[in-house]
Design a protein around this ligand. Structure first.
Ligand code: GN1
Ligand code: MG
Length: 374
């Protein structure tokens, strides 16, 4: 959904949530690939708040926004209580979701789109790449603790917001369908990448085996554990709050672990065009592994621990395949900023998968080492 957002629409949505306040300023935030995000400042609301994140939910991706918001309200409340119990600040360490004047946690606007509003968490930063390995350790700790905090969340109450989200085998089947149709004739521009996907189907097959045989436990997981889905405290540089809760669903711990490795332990950005800069940094891999294992604090089974490196490889392969499928299909899913953006993204992912294959033994060694210490 790339429809522009007019000032009138912003005013309409602000009024729906906060009644007669003035919009002081707003700007768009383009970090995420899916929803439309605005940072909005208004004159003080009844409760005295002024600074918010407004998000227009991408309904092509999230087809059931009401159920999606039920998940988010449930999870943020649950996290808020736990954070309070341990003496933390729920307004900074968890997302606070606002209600409309009509008492709903979403607003259906005059153009047919759904909106939600979070409190803006001040004095935080969002990283696209780490500055030091400590940053990735912190993000590991945050996602590990997040999984830990949600360990006793009633999973049966969660709606599956995107069915088969990390079903790599299904993603492969989807990819093959798009390739077969090749609606824009783009396949000829990316034969090497297509060959990579088709030459590595054993990754998808193995994920299918894990899921079919229920070889690993289903847990309440985040499913989109990118470095930029954690806010860091500007002062202390500690990971403060996990955001982007749209894909919280029962899933595999190895995928939450793996998706951060995919993004955060790469030596380059997700859309780097110079592939010679892209590799898996074992140094960052170590820091994240240490943080994640510390964060989940002993909750993983030996089978989960043994599969962590596979989770990293599978999430990277799957994401690359999704980028490539979107490129072939005409870039409908992931927001792009340039032609071939999704192809560039797919290329970095496949470069990383190849590097992970080369570094498999070292990855296993590092995981085993930290698992023993944790
Ligand atoms: C999307 O929403 P965002 O930008 O945090 C995507 C993830 C991908 C990621 C790739 C709902 O995450 O699955 O891994 O892009 N989210 C959804 O950068 O598809
Ligand atoms: Mg995001």
């Amino acid at each position: 959904m790339n429809k522009t957002i007019s000032p009138q629409l912003v005013a309409e949505v602000v009024e729906a949530f906060f009644g007669p306040v003035q919009v002081e300023s707003y700007k768009s935030n383009r970090v995420g690939h899916i929803n439309d995000t605005l940072e909005v400042r208004v004159s003080p609301t009844q409760e005295g708040y002024q600074h918010f994140i407004f998000q227009r939910i991408n309904q092509e991706v999230f087809t059931k926004p009401v159920e999606l918001m039920e998940n988010i309200v449930g999870v943020t409340r649950f996290l808020g209580e736990k954070i309070q119990e341990r003496g933390g600040n729920p307004n900074r360490e968890a997302l606070s979701v606002f209600q409309t004047q009509a008492g709903q946690f979403y607003y259906l606007d005059s153009e047919g789109a759904y909106w939600r509003v979070y409190l803006y968490i001040e004095d935080t930063i969002c990283l696209q790449q780490v500055d030091t390995s400590e940053d990735l350790y912190q993000s590991g700790l945050a996602f590990g603790q997040f999984q830990n905090l949600l360990a006793d969340y009633p999973a049966e109450t969660l709606h599956e917001t995107i069915p088969h989200f990390h079903d790599t085998w299904k993603r492969l089947e989807d990819f093959k369908r798009v390739l077969e149709a090749d609606p824009l004739g783009r396949a000829k521009t990316c034969q090497a990448e297509i060959d990579f996907v088709l030459g590595h189907t054993e990754i998808a097959r193995y994920m299918k085996e894990i899921l079919d045989q229920k070889a690993l436990p289903l847990r309440v997981t985040h499913n989109d554990t990118k470095l930029n889905n954690v806010l860091f405290d500007k002062e202390t540089r500690q990971a403060l709050c996990v955001v982007d809760l749209d894909t919280i669903m029962p899933g595999l711990s190895i995928n939450d672990y793996g998706d951060t490795i995919r993004f955060g332990a790469s030596s380059a950005l997700e859309d780097e065009q110079d592939l010679s800069l892209v590799q898996l940094s074992l140094w960052l891999f170590s820091s994240y592994t240490r943080g994640f294992l510390e964060g989940v604090s002993g909750q993983l089974t030996p089978a989960e621990i043994a599969h962590l490196p596979f989770g990293a490889k599978a999430m990277t392969y799957e994401c690359g395949m999704r980028f490539l499928a979107d490129y072939l299909e005409g870039d409908h899913y992931f927001r792009i900023a340039r032609p071939q953006h999704n192809l560039d993204r797919a290329r970095t992912q496949f470069k990383l998968v190849a590097d992970m294959e080369a570094k498999d033994a070292q990855m296993r060694e590092i995981v085993a080492q930290y698992a023993e210490q944790a």
